[in-house]
Design a protein around this ligand. Structure first.
Ligand code: SF4
Ligand code: SF4
Ligand code: SF4
Length: 380
């Protein structure tokens, strides 16, 4: 396959996402493994100008007949390279997906892994691609940061409500949090979100499975089957074998298990727009979560909606360090007096610290916040 096809298709596939990055040899290698030549040619023919199209639009843009289009595009949906949905008026829409930040990387690793040689190779190549993107971001740090600061939050944190011994985590209203005026966040209770959907599917955690394939097993042994898709996304992921449909009861049980394990609940909205209903729920661990790790490694900012901020009662704190160890964003340190102190700028209000604190010394202060933390400057 000539390089030309990778360059052309790679360009179109990258543009389907929000993060621009150059076509590297690693990306070309991934395209070679994950797509057939016919699929890449089809992408070049059809998706150059518009990333979401109906069948009629695809017929026009590709100059192919419907039968041929379906024969090529359906396998692309089965590999998570194209998203297929049905609009409220019944129109089927195909949307080209990017390689990463919700695209073929996530869908490929949402299916239960078998540890095949191909899976391992793809996992390594994606890891290299993330490193390459980190180097580009670090090289042009000043150029990327202003653009990042205008990006809507990627996810929204939903707090844990119970400690690991089943006590309620104390929640207090706090006027000191500088909330944007008239900003009210949607549902704050993960069970309420689950209950508001008829269609729920669960798939495997692509971050933990990515780490599994790289030979790193989750330090917290967090459950793998905890990635929920909701509504339209649930129908897509279940119909294409990335996840399985479950009942509300089963979803509530799995969410309860994730909360007991002290995982961070994060919900996602279309284009980060929280006035639109949730599309998916993640249950993340500090060790494997891509969002936390890409931020810590200097690749991406952490951009999050939160309605809470942790609050540590210094009189109750005995300085055991559990919260320091568990906080997914490393927002807590022990001070000179050996007491826990939290940095408000990087707290996402997840309640993990309160969940694990053996002294019940941590409560959550209520108030809407957008958390934006640029990635650290890394010496390459
Ligand atoms: S974001 Fe969290 S739950 Fe979702 S795949 Fe990554 S670690 Fe797993
Ligand atoms: S877990 Fe609780 S007691 Fe331990 S350091 Fe943190 S706040 Fe203090
Ligand atoms: S301090 Fe850390 S663990 Fe506690 S709520 Fe904030 S981000 Fe979560």
């Amino acid at each position: 396959m000539s390089d030309e096809i990778y360059n052309k298709a790679g360009n179109i596939i990258i543009k389907a996402g929000m993060l621009p990055f150059p076509i590297t040899d690693t990306l070309k290698e991934l395209l070679k493994i994950l797509y057939t030549r016919e699929e890449l040619e089809f992408i070049i023919r059809t998706f150059k100008r518009k990333k979401s199209q109906t069948i009629d639009e695809l017929i026009k843009s590709s100059n192919m007949d419907k039968e041929d289009i379906i024969r090529i595009i359906e396998p692309l949906t089965d590999k998570g390279a194209v998203f297929k949905s049905t609009s409220s008026s019944g129109l089927v829409i195909y949307r080209l997906l990017p390689p990463i930040f919700i695209g073929i990387f996530e869908y490929f690793l949402m299916k239960k892994i078998t540890y095949s040689e191909e899976e391992k190779k793809v996992a390594i190549l994606f890891e290299i691609l993330f490193e390459e993107i980190r180097d580009i971001i670090q090289d042009k740090y000043e150029m990327f940061m202003p653009a990042f600061s205008t990006v809507p939050p990627i996810d929204r944190t939903i707090p844990l409500l119970k400690t690991n011994v089943g006590k309620d985590i104390k929640i207090e209203i706090n006027q000191e949090i500088d909330s944007p005026e008239e900003m009210i966040l949607p549902k704050q209770d993960i069970a309420e979100i689950i209950k508001s959907f008829e269609d729920i599917a669960v798939g495997h955690c692509f971050c933990r499975q990515h780490q599994d394939l790289l030979g790193h097993s989750c330090e917290f042994n967090a459950p793998r089957e905890v990635c929920f898709t909701l509504g339209k996304s649930a129908r897509f992921t279940s119909e294409h074998g990335f996840a399985r449909m479950i009942t509300q009861e089963e979803a509530l049980k799995l969410i309860e298990d994730a909360a007991e394990a002290g995982l961070v609940h994060k919900v996602y909205h279309p284009q980060g727009n929280i006035s639109k209903e949730e599309t998916s729920i993640c249950n993340c661990c500090k060790d494997c979560c891509g969002t936390f790790n890409l931020w810590k490694k200097g690749t991406m900012p952490m951009i999050n909606w939160s309605n809470y901020l942790s609050n540590i009662d210094q009189d109750l704190c005995v300085g055991c360090g559990t919260c320091v160890e568990r906080c997914p964003t490393d927002a807590i340190k022990l001070n000179d007096e050996g007491k826990a102190e939290r940095n408000p700028d990087i707290c996402i209000g997840c309640g993990v610290c309160a969940h694990f604190c053996p002294e019940n010394a941590i409560s959550l202060l209520e108030g809407v916040r957008k958390v934006f933390v640029p990635p650290p400057r890394i010496k390459l």
